[in-house]
Design a protein around this ligand. Structure first.
Ligand SMILES: [Zn+2]
Length: 483
């Protein structure tokens, strides 16, 4: 018996040794020996700020009823682009899709691996009643405190201007790319991209143009956003979550509420929602999530590194830890969010039907059919009708071992040194949900943002620093130079 405990202790000491060894080895990789980027473009800060200021002043608002062909702001904005960057518009060829979306084509000398840069210039309206909370009016394009203020500064006119300024600067240096470069400016991203990026994607598909990759919004250089990490994180996202609205309808006898039956439409529906709440879709550290957290965790303190380095042992613990925060949970699984409810229209009337809308954001591990099957199984009640409404699948996952990903991550590393660079997942939907159907779609805006910047997108006081604009031009021009 004693010998048994001796050998058990020996095994435990050995195990602890292995765990510590793993954790010590699990540290930040030394700088890759990749060729460093020569950043050839030095943008003029005042000129760049002025251009974005002007761009913000066009109220290119995406309204729920669509963006009409004769929408003055949209037509004026594209006319302003032509006027502001004449050399770009005379050197590159330009096509329009559905009136307002532009696709510029920069012919390369060999054109074996064309690439696409994309940004949208439609913006969301300012929430009524919040105008007075803006430090500078949302459509004035005020330049103050080293910032350009206004709706669209981060989402996504800053990128439109940075892309134009990059091409402009490269043309001034008489640069011609080897591979074709396409640049799309879309006009209905905030409405779901059914006209803009979908048409651009269809054009490439129908003309047999095989893009090596596309680059669009969907992530930034994140500062102070990941808990437990001091460094900035440049998350170059390789996929984005899908979307599904399910309508649940419970039916029962209606009537006066003075003599209710045991089950009413409302209680049946409530019961179904509680069952759904108690049955979250499965999720765990795997695929892109695992890759992302592994890259980030290498820069955490020793106790956390110890856990992440020994994922084979601590995975259940880490899954629970990550799932305990809404943002961590969204990285691991398809999320379930009941959003709309309706029942009787009068306090003393039992409804014949009660309905709920539940919004799911699909993790790439699940398909729409998987989620519907899961919900049916979880509710397990024939009295609840389950109908899908709007839905699209999660995007294909683009590989991160490509030349395209290397081009982007090396440029990010050259401009933002001492930054963690990792593949990641975009939680919202972007134009890339269409691009990802035909190519390796990457999502990254080369600008540093903080939590308050994140809140300003679609919120109040949206603004971008002039430094961010300069770095964006340095980034895009450097990547373009490599094509
Ligand atoms: Zn956007």
């Amino acid at each position: 018996m004693k010998r048994f405990f001796m050998s058990l202790a020996g095994v435990l000491v050995l195990l602890l040794g292995v765990l510590v060894f793993n954790a010590v080895r699990f540290s930040a990789p030394s700088k890759p020996s990749a060729p460093s980027y020569a950043i050839a473009v030095a943008p003029d800060a005042d000129e760049l700020a002025q251009q974005l200021s002007e761009a913000i002043q066009f109220q290119t608002l995406s309204q729920e009823n669509g963006n009409a062909d004769d929408n003055e702001a949209f037509n004026d904005f594209t006319a302003w682009l032509e006027h502001t960057y004449p050399k770009v518009f005379t050197t590159l060829s330009v096509q329009r899709f559905n009136q307002h979306t532009l696709l510029l084509h920069w012919q390369g000398t060999a054109s074996t691996a064309p690439v696409l840069f994309s940004a949208h210039y439609d913006v969301v309206p300012v929430n009524p009643g919040t105008e007075q909370n803006w430090q500078h009016p949302p459509f004035a394009g005020t330049i103050a405190d080293g910032m350009i203020w206004g709706r669209g500064a981060l989402d996504d006119k800053g990128t439109v201007v940075a892309l134009m300024a990059s091409v402009n600067a490269l043309l001034a240096q008489n640069f011609t790319p080897t591979n074709d470069i396409y640049i799309a400016f879309t006009h209905d991203e905030e409405l779901g991209s059914e006209l803009g990026s979908q048409a651009v994607m269809t054009y490439f598909k129908e003309n047999g143009i095989n893009l090596a990759w596309s680059l669009d919004e969907g992530s930034f250089v994140l500062r102070g956003i990941a808990p437990g990490v001091d460094k900035d994180i440049a998350s170059i996202n390789v996929t984005e979550k899908g979307f599904l609205n399910l309508k649940l309808t419970a039916s029962a006898a209606g009537g006066h509420s003075s003599m209710p039956p045991e089950d009413t439409a409302v209680t049946l529906l409530a019961n179904a929602l509680v069952k759904l709440h108690n049955a979250p879709l499965p999720g765990s550290l795997e695929g892109v999530s695992k890759q992302m957290y592994s890259n980030i965790a290498r820069h955490m303190d020793f106790p956390k590194r110890f856990l992440f380095a020994n994922m084979w042992l601590f995975k259940p613990l880490l899954n629970n830890f990550l799932a305990s925060s809404p943002s961590g949970n969204a990285m691991l699984r398809t999320t379930t969010a009941p959003t709309m409810l309706s029942g009787s229209v009068k306090a003393n009337v039992l409804p014949a039907t009660a309905t709920a809308t539940v919004n799911f954001r699909l993790h790439p591990r699940d398909t729409i059919d998987d989620v519907i099957a899961w919900v049916k199984n979880a509710i397990d009640d024939d009295r609840i009708k389950i109908e899908p409404l709007e839905a699209f699948e999660a995007a294909n996952v683009a590989p991160s071992d490509t030349k395209g990903f290397a081009d982007l991550s090396e440029a990010a590393g050259a401009i933002y040194s001492d930054t963690i660079i990792t593949p990641g997942i975009t939680i919202a939907a972007t134009d890339s949900r269409f691009y990802s159907q035909i190519t390796n779609a990457y999502r990254f805006t080369p600008m540093v943002i903080t939590l308050s910047d994140v809140d300003s997108i679609h919120g109040t006081n949206e603004k971008v620093s002039i430094d961010n604009m300069i770095n964006a031009v340095r980034f895009y021009s450097a990547v373009m130079q490599r094509q």
